[in-house]
Ligand binder design. Structure first.
Ligand SMILES: O=C(O)[C@@H](CO)OP(=O)(O)O
Length: 226
């Protein structure tokens, strides 16, 4: 058996300003740092074997800050291209490294022309229903951006080819990513339909914990022990 934890990054500076963010590399707000610490407290006894983030700083910060609370004694080390960084990346044998991989396929959906614009102002300009469809539907693209389906089609092949085999090996995995790349993963593992996915939201900084056994995912309740 293995454990999979999905953690949406804590509130970012642009979440606070209600701006469409997408691939803009915005850091956590103070509130988001606090959420990451609280998530770390909840996960402190979860002994991860590998950690995956997107390449965006808000997901990397959330992973590293939450791991600062971990009691399993491993040192999270962001892995770079071994070829170029081999000497630098080499850690002394006696350090229990927790490898952290930055993965582009885990990025937030690309919000195209909306990035940097205010969500409320866009609702006033284009209508609340239209903006809700851009934000939460499965196959409607925001102007110049990715639909959730596009996001799914880049995130799930990575999840199947890299994460599932690790879980099958019994490795405990933390994925620190974004509202929409994680909605894609939850859609896949919980088999949520295209019609139902618009109703599904993932709050910032609140871990979703699954046991993985016999090829299936069993969601754990918020207060269940690890
Ligand atoms: O703007 C974004 O990148 C995302 C997440 O903050 O927004 P939404 O939740 O509306 O998809």
């Amino acid at each position: 058996m293995a454990v999979l934890v999905l953690l949406r990054h804590g509130k970012s500076m642009w979440n606070k300003l209600n701006l469409f963010t997408g691939w803009v590399d915005v850091p956590l707000a103070e509130e988001g740092i606090d959420e990451a610490l609280k998530a770390g407290e909840r996960l402190k006894n979860c002994c991860f074997d590998e950690v995956y983030t997107s390449v965006l700083i808000r997901s990397i910060q959330t992973a590293m800050i939450s791991l600062s609370k971990n009691k399993c004694g491993k040192i999270p080390i962001i892995q770079h291209n071994e070829g170029k960084m081999k000497d630098w990346a080499n850690m002394p044998e006696n350090i229990p490294v927790l490898p952290v991989y930055e993965i582009e396929e885990l990025n937030e959906r690309y919000y195209g022309n909306l990035q940097g614009l205010n969500k409320q102002e866009m609702a006033e300009k284009f209508g609340a229903e239209m903006v809700h469809r851009w934000r939460r539907s499965y196959d409607i693209n925001p102007p110049g951006g990715e639909s959730l389906k596009d996001n799914y089609e880049r995130t799930i092949p990575f999840f199947k080819s890299t994460i599932i085999p690790k879980l099958q090996e019994g490795k405990n995995i933390l994925i620190s990513a974004h509202g929409n790349s994680l909605r894609a993963i939850v859609k896949f593992i919980e088999n949520i339909s295209d019609n139902d996915i618009p109703k599904f939201e993932i709050p910032t900084g609140k871990p979703l914990i699954y046991d993985y056994k016999n090829g299936g995912f069993i969601k754990k309740s918020d207060d269940e022990n690890d």
